[in-house]
Ligand binder design. Sequence first.
Ligand code: ZN
Length: 115
Amino acid sequence: MSDRPQELTVAEQAPASYECRACGYVYEPSKGDGKNDIPAGTPFEELPETWRCPVCGVRRSQFVNIGAKDAPSGFQENLNYGFGVNRLTPNQKNLLIFGALGLFFLFFMSLYGLS
Ligand SMILES: [Zn+2]
């Protein structure tokens, strides 16, 4: 159907950060590792085999993938924002919006009735 390549979310595009299981140091690809002359932007997967944790010196195999840092984690957590309105079906939303407008209109007209 579509000849466009599948679009990736921001989280999938961002290179993953890795955390040292020994000391908790986090390797962030966007920062690199100045101590070991690793330029910023180097994915963890492309670090040389000889690379060691700059804090405690353990091997690469001691690092665990903790996913992309600072990347949006998706839309799931937004569902509860806005007083739960996002959980409503489109029909319910329309009812809410136009119902509120209708009530406001009636209220507005009633002010004319008073004067
Ligand atoms: Zn470490």
